[in-house]
Design a protein around this ligand. Sequence first.
Ligand code: CTP
Ligand code: MG
Length: 231
Amino acid sequence: MTAQLNPRGDVAVLVPAAGAGVRLGPGAPKALRLLAGEPLLVHAVRRIAAAPSVHTIVVAAPATEVEAVRAMLAPVAPVTVVPGGAERQESVAAALAAVPAGPEIVLVHDAARALTPAHLVESVAAAVRDGHDAVIPVLPVVDTIKEVDATERVLGTVDRSALRAVQTPQGFRRSVLVAAHRSAGDALTDDAGLIEKQGGAVMCVPGSELALKITRPFDLALAEHLLTTGA
Ligand code: CTP
Ligand code: MG
């Protein structure tokens, strides 16, 4: 069944999905690869559309796949599909430019985090609504982390209690994200990094293990398993 978005919602979700998926190995662009018989992007969009505050979803697709992605997502939810760019940041900028007037909260969410639950979308949006300009979902770091030199010689052990692993969706007051992208320099792997570079405050909220990023074949196998156990 096609999901309905909330015309009174205050959240737009940008879904960069234009990456190749090099680390997953040879095959189609990652967002189009199958997980339990459906493309990763379909899993991701279905969960975003289930979040009650979502007014708009904009997907940045691989440039050659825009029509195919539109057709693929039409039965899932009403989405806008734009061509992405060579870097993730360009894909996010292209999606941001397609957000209509209305939503004042913008979330940026990797298609590769296909099993992210709708409640994480809501909790990030709620923290922005509560007055934080930039919000990221995080998990504690569980491994011991060492700093090494170029020869792999250990320089020291980092205090992991002060470290966080960062997920998406990352949430922003719309004007803050627009301004950050307008003055962005080098491409970064996350959007909160743009705000940090410009001296803005970024707040953490608890992330979800289900929001893992499917990067390598192991992650895809783990996601398949999680789906069979109800994710
Ligand atoms: N992405 C994008 N445009 C790009 C590069 C990445 O929209 N030019 C998106 C990916 O589709 C993904 C998200 O950004 O949903 C996170 O990127 P990553 O996990 O690195 O995906 P890929 O770039 O596809 O993978 P790889 O780096 O292994 O090629
Ligand atoms: Mg990449």
